[in-house]
Design a protein around this ligand. Structure first.
Ligand code: ADP
Length: 490
């Protein structure tokens, strides 16, 4: 890495009130491709977390009183710095999280897009005037920052999930304390160095890293000074946090798990659909909440679909994300491999056919890496674990169907409601089906229905609230109604 390397020093990690702090203790960060320690970061104590909330709380009155244009300028600077450090950030991400360099570069760009989007959107937080039934009354609706935000982010998208929360929060005038996932604190440190350089005043953005997330989460959810909790992660943890935050009526945004159905209708081109769905399935080695987890293919076109999907798997190279030409990086840890392996074993034991993959891979020079072969299963049925449990790995389960009604019922046979995909050449069918699908994001012949400009979020057990787009900033704003009684006699 060159001179612009986002500098990651030993035992760094906490950025509180505009200063970097070392912890009393630290914890190691591993490269999932080879098991090597690539850094040691501070392990925050409850006192550190309270200090970060103190800082955010003290900084709030002044920050929320700045103009939208001042906040926008900080976000623009952070955006520019991210673009200048794009390749260094991507390299760090591939080393810490494992995804191929090309995918890391894509994520850094996607993350930077949120900074730019909210640098602009902050100028459009308009209020309203509302007609009153009384001639001597005027109504005015204003928006105000909710206050101190506590944020918890995941390891699978270790940079974009930070900007997706920090950008709208600080744009709205909130101050924030963020805890990144324990597997990827180095990306978070690099991002907070960028926020520091961008000139956010002390206490506006604060970072605490910790090996055990629970004590931090407990404080985030119960400290009365925290007005809003924003979380991206599993449904189980999201439920715990939302429950803990409920007695103090904190605002919550929850981006949780998914079990995306992908439906390939009879009128679709099965080869084109296999190309698209194999790309999105193996994106980030299947470690994405919008990954297609149940691929429903019309029984008449299942053969060419499976053939093409398998052909594409044969071309995928597995290895370290830092090496040229790698399409599939490591899974985050051995526990992730074990979960995927148990889902595949269970499916095969219950009658699924293993077309490709189905095993952990040992790669020369990367013996300690957590690699699992890209896997294709056919004949998957509702009795199998993989049909219901979120699959955070490179496994594509294919399920045949015959009618539109039948496949809609199968698609909804889940408590999740995040993403869904469909392939069809019929406009009427696309309209009909998207009207009925209870999912927050739907791709029609499209495998990437995401953008900083578009609302992202789920229904049912996939969460609450939306990130990105105009909706994203509303999550950090309170609505205030002011009624004026005026003298209308003159
Ligand atoms: P995953 O299974 O994808 O790792 P998690 O929900 O466990 O998802 O993790 C997502 C984020 O939630 C991470 O930052 C993790 O540290 C954090 N987390 C996990 N458990 C808790 C908890 N009890 N309190 C607060 N944060 C938590």
């Amino acid at each position: 890495m060159g001179s612009k390397t986002p500098c990651v020093e030993e035992e760094n990690g906490m950025f509180i009130n505009g200063e970097w702090r070392q912890g009393h203790q630290s914890f190691p960060v591993l490269n999932p491709a080879n098991g090597e320690i690539i850094g040691n970061v501070a392990d925050a104590t409850p006192d550190d977390v309270l200090a970060a909330i103190d800082a955010a709380s003290s900084a709030f009155p002044a920050w929320s009183a700045t103009t939208a244009y001042q906040r926008s300028a900080c976000l623009h600077r952070a955006h520019q710095l991210m673009l200048e450090q794009k390749s260094e950030l991507a390299e760090l991400m591939s080393r810490e999280q494992g995804k191929p360099l090309k995918a890391s570069l894509g994520e850094v760009q996607y993350g930077a897009d949120y900074l730019l989007w909210y640098a602009e959107e902050v100028k459009r937080v308009y209020g309203e005037t509302i007609p009153s039934a009384r001639p001597d009354q005027r109504f005015l609706v204003k928006h105000h920052a909710v206050g101190v935000v506590a944020a918890v982010t995941p390891w699978n998208y270790p940079i974009s999930m930070i900007t997706r929360k920090v950008a709208p929060a600080v744009a709205a005038g909130c101050t924030i304390v963020l805890k990144p996932a324990e597997a990827t604190p180095l990306c978070a440190i690099a991002m907070f160095k960028i926020f520091e350089q961008a000139g956010f005043p002390a206490g506006v953005v604060n970072l605490v890293t910790a090996e055990d997330p629970k004590p931090v989460g407990d404080i985030f959810c119960t400290d009365p000074r925290v007005a809003k909790l924003t979380f991206t992660g599993s449904t189980a943890v999201g439920r715990q946090l939302a429950t803990l935050a409920a007695p103090s009526f904190k605002r919550v945004s929850m981006e949780l798990g998914g079990h995306a159905p992908a439906i390939v209708f009879k009128d679709a081109d099965p080869v084109h659909a296999a190309k698209g769905l194999s790309l999105v399935k193996f994106l980030n080695t299947g470690q994405a909440c919008i990954s297609p987890n149940r691929i429903f293919v019309h029984q008449d076109i299942i053969e060419p679909f499976v053939e093409e999907f398998a052909r594409r798997i044969d071309r995928l190279k597995v290895g370290s994300g830092l090496e040229q030409g790698i399409a599939i990086g490591p899974l985050v840890n051995q526990a992730a491999i074990d979960k995927v392996a148990s889902q595949v074993e269970d499916a095969v034991a219950k009658g699924a056919t293993l077309i490709r993959g189905g095993k952990q891979l040992s790669i020369e020079t990367l013996e300690k890496g957590c690699f699992y072969a890209p896997t294709l299963l056919t004949g998957v049925t509702p009795e199998m674990k993989i049909y219901r449990e979120e699959t955070f790995g490179p496994v594509a389960p294919v399920i045949p169907f015959s009618t539109e009604q039948e496949v809609l019922e199968m698609a909804h046979d889940t408590h999740y409601g995040l993403a869904a995909y469909l392939y069809t050449e019929s406009l009427s069918r696309a309209m009909r089906v998207t009207d009925k699908l209870q999912f927050g994001l739907i791709g029609v012949n499209d495998i990437n229905p995401t953008s900083a400009a578009a609302p992202f979020g789920g229904m049912k057990s996939s969460g609450l609230g939306r990130e990105g787009a105009h909706e994203g900033i509303l999550e950090y704003l309170e609505t205030k109604l002011v009624g004026f009684s005026i003298d209308d006699s003159e």
